[in-house]
Write a protein that binds this ligand. Structure first.
Ligand code: SF4
Length: 258
C-alpha cells in the first residue's frame, strides 16, 4: 500500500479534532500554507537527526552530536516549502545553537545498553478488522512508529520537540494510535510500554521522558473517536475552531475569507 492510496493518519485525526476547517484547507482543498512555523521546521529537522542517530545505533555505529548537527544543517538548507516564520526571539542562528545543545544532551543521555529494535517503522492497520464500530469502507490507519527500544522491557517511543516541559497529564492519543499499530508490527500491545521523549528547546535544553499507561479501553475509545471523525469528514462537516492554535495557523488568510 502506498501513501497515495486512501488512508487515515494520526496527524489527520488530530488536525480535524483541533480545527475541522483547517483540516479541510489542508487535506481536502490542498491549499499551500502561507508560511512554515519555525517550530514545525525545527521539529522536523531535529526529528530527522534523531532518526539518523537511532538508525546508526541499530547498525552499532552511533553518530556523534557534531555529525547530527551536520545532518540538521543539511535538512534545514534543503527545505523548499513555504517561507519559515520565526516566533519571537527566534532566528535561524538561535535555533541552530539550540539544536547543537539538544543533540549534546540527547547523545549524552542515550544509554548504549539500550537495544534499538526498530526505527521509523511503517504500519498499515485495517481498523474495520479490529472494531465492529468501524464502517467497512473506512480506509486503513497508516503511519510510522518513531522507535521501538529494548532494555529489559520493550518500549515504543515517540520523540517530540517542545518549547516547555509538559505539565500534568500528556495527551496520550498518538501513543494509543501507535499501540494499535504495534499489532500490525507483530507485537501484543498489552506487552509493550509507551513513552513520549520530549527534546526541550528551553534556555538549557533537556530530554524529558514521559511514560504513558495505555489499556484496551484507551484503544476502544480511540477507535470510536476515529470513526466519528471519519464520519464527520464524509459528511463535509467543516467549521472553524478558534483557539490558541490560530496564532500559528498558516491558513489564517483563507480562514478570514471563509
Ligand atoms: S485560523 Fe484558527 S479557526 Fe481558522 S483555520 Fe486556522 S486554526 Fe482553524
Amino acid at each position: 500500500m502506498t501513501k497515495e492510496e486512501p488512508h487515515l493518519s494520526y496527524s489527520q485525526i488530530n488536525t480535524y479534532m483541533n480545527c475541522p476547517l483547517k483540516y479541510r484547507f489542508s487535506y481536502i482543498d490542498g491549499l499551500v500554507p502561507d508560511f512554515t512555523p519555525s517550530a514545525l521546521h525545527f521539529g522536523r529537522s531535529v526529528h530527522s537527526c534523531i532518526q539518523a542517530f537511532l538508525q546508526s545505533s541499530l547498525e552499532a555505529d552511533s553518530l556523534r552530536s557534531d555529525q547530527l548537527i551536520d545532518i540538521y544543517r543539511e535538512e534545514w538548507r534543503r527545505f523548499d516549502g513555504p517561507p519559515v516564520r520565526y516566533s519571537k526571539r527566534e532566528s535561524e542562528e538561535s535555533l541552530f545553537n539550540t539544536a547543537k545543545q539538544v543533540f549534546t544532551v540527547f547523545t549524552e543521555q542515550h544509554d548504549p545498553d539500550i537495544e534499538v529494535i526498530a526505527v521509523e517503522e511503517a504500519f498499515t492497520l485495517d481498523l474495520t478488522a479490529i472494531s465492529e464500530d468501524c464502517p467497512k469502507d473506512m480506509p486503513p490507519l497508516m503511519g510510522y512508529v518513531d522507535a521501538i527500544l529494548k532494555n529489559g522491557s520493550t518500549v515504543l517511543v515517540d520523540y517530540k520537540t517542545a518549547a516547555r516541559k509538559p505539565n500534568g497529564d500528556v495527551n496520550a492519543m498518538q501513543l494509543v494510535a501507535y499501540s494499535l499499530a504495534a499489532m500490525d508490527l507483530g507485537y501484543d500491545p498489552n506487552e509493550l510500554q509507551y513513552r513520549y521523549d520530549y527534546l526541550l528547546k528551553t534556555a538549557k535544553p533537556e530530554l524529558v521522558s514521559c511514560p504513558v499507561a495505555i489499556n484496551d479501553n484507551d484503544r476502544k475509545r480511540f477507535l470510536k473517536t476515529t470513526t466519528r471523525v471519519w464520519r464527520a469528514i464524509q459528511s463535509s462537516i467543516f467549521y472553524p475552531n478558534q483557539s490558541y492554535l490560530c496564532a500559528s495557523c498558516a491558513y489564517q488568510r483563507h480562514c478570514n475569507d471563509w
